[in-house]
Design a protein around this ligand. Structure first.
Ligand code: FA5
Length: 377
């Protein structure tokens, strides 16, 4: 802590000298006085007080010596007084300077000591997070399709009914809309494709398939994309359903894509994702935007196809829906259906992750329980 010292204001005795020796003696006393005062200046404040007391322009000791000793001194002593005053001044200035440097060095030293880092102290252990199991599945699936030459694209979660349904060959009142009820936005609605004020409410997309349309509108074949993202449905939460979940859409369109290409791609993906021993089968199904449509099944990863509780003794588990793009869809994006063909698939990320890691409840993904999440670190 800084001190706040004072130096007593001492009256300067009159110059009581008739010889240069007496002059020197009186200046010697003053010098001793200064040296004693200087001893008290141990920090910046004390040093300033000392400096002002001795060098202060108005009433510092040296000013008073000039006024009361030098100026009125008789001519025969003036020289001796002047010389002694100069010597005293030089001493005071040099001593002040040296003391200031010493005080600063000491202050630096103590600041260094105060702020010194103790490198031997144990560090702060920061807990390391890990990727969410769904994120790991996303990355794994993206890796597989990127290696096949697909690109990853993203699209809006708020969609128009046109992209979510109509352009996917699901007209209004089509029964396929029944199991895709969703959340609708309040008016005002977004502008339509021609920029006119929209008349239909925006909705939270029920699948990633609208991005098939958006991607084909944007580019001519060849198209090879996957679309990871969130989707929403008015489904009640249970062990295999959420009202928000994730899908990865896949779409490949080119001049001569056949059902064989489709089957080969699907088999390759399933083996890469679930392991080389897993077999696949295609089961007829229905989607308005694919023809033919299939459900892709895999041999049960838990019993190897022998039959267990998970696969309800069938030896097979349903993986995802897929099919060859329905030519009606090409009409909406102005592709020549005679020239182009392709396939599409829609993977449920929660379900695939459940199968891969034997997770029995889909709700666990979203409960933020670190005991669950740590198992995937
Ligand atoms: C579709 O959503 C189609 N768009 C898939 C498709 C794409 C078919 C391209 C053909 C071509 P589906 O409604 O079956 O299809 O959903 C796909 C997957 O999403 C399901 O297999 C399932 O894994 C998952 N899924 C569906 N509903 C839920 C839900 N409520 N909670 C969690 N996952 C769900």
């Amino acid at each position: 802590m800084e001190t706040n010292p004072t130096i007593p204001a001492r009256p300067l005795p009159p110059l009581d000298a008739t010889t240069p020796e007496r002059v020197a003696a009186q200046f010697g006393e003053l010098r001793t006085q200064f040296d004693q005062d200087a001893e008290l200046a141990t920090d910046e404040n004390g040093w300033k007080v000392l400096r002002d007391a001795w060098l202060g322009r108005k009433s510092g000791v040296l000013t008073r010596v000039t006024e009361t000793w030098l100026k009125p001194s008789p001519p025969e002593l003036k020289r001796a007084v002047g010389q002694a005053l100069n010597e005293l001044k030089a001493h005071v200035e040099a001593a002040l300077e040296a003391r200031h440097a010493a005080i600063q060095a000491a202050a630096d030293q103590s600041a260094l000591a105060r702020e010194r880092e103790d490198l031997s102290l144990p560090g702060v252990v920061r807990p390391l997070g890990s990727r969410h199991p769904l994120r790991q599945t996303f990355e794994e699936i993206e890796r597989i399709f990127l290696s096949l030459g697909y690109s990853v694209v993203a699209g809006p979660e708020m969609e128009t009914p046109y992209y979510n349904f109509e352009a996917l060959n699901i007209p209004e009142h089509h029964p396929a809309r029944d199991n895709m009820d969703t959340f609708y936005m309040a008016a005002p609605f977004a502008n339509d494709a021609q920029g006119k004020p929209g008349v239909a409410p925006l909705l939270l997309r029920t699948h990633t398939s609208p991005m098939q349309i958006r991607a084909m509108e944007k580019q001519q074949p060849p198209v090879r994309i996957i679309v990871p993202g969130k989707v929403y449905r008015r489904d009640n939460p249970d062990a295999t359903h959420g009202f928000m979940f994730h899908q990865i859409e896949g779409l490949a369109v080119d001049t001569d894509i056949t059902f064989c290409d489709f089957k080969g791609t699907v088999e390759y993906f399933v083996r890469e994702f679930l392991g080389p021993k897993v077999k696949t089968r295609l089961r007829p199904s229905y989607f308005p935007f694919t023809e033919p449509s299939v459900e892709v099944d895999a041999t049960c990863v838990f019993c190897g196809g022998k039959g267990c509780n998970v696969c309800k003794q069938s030896g097979w588990i349903e993986l995802f829906g897929a099919g060859m793009v329905d030519p009606a869809v090409y009409g909406f994006v102005h592709y020549d259906a005679k020239k182009y063909s392709g396939f599409a698939f829609g993977l449920g990320v929660e379900r695939l992750t459940q199968l891969k890691y034997n997770i029995n409840d889909l709700q666990l993904y979203f409960q933020n329980d670190v005991r669950f999440l740590r198992q995937f670190a």
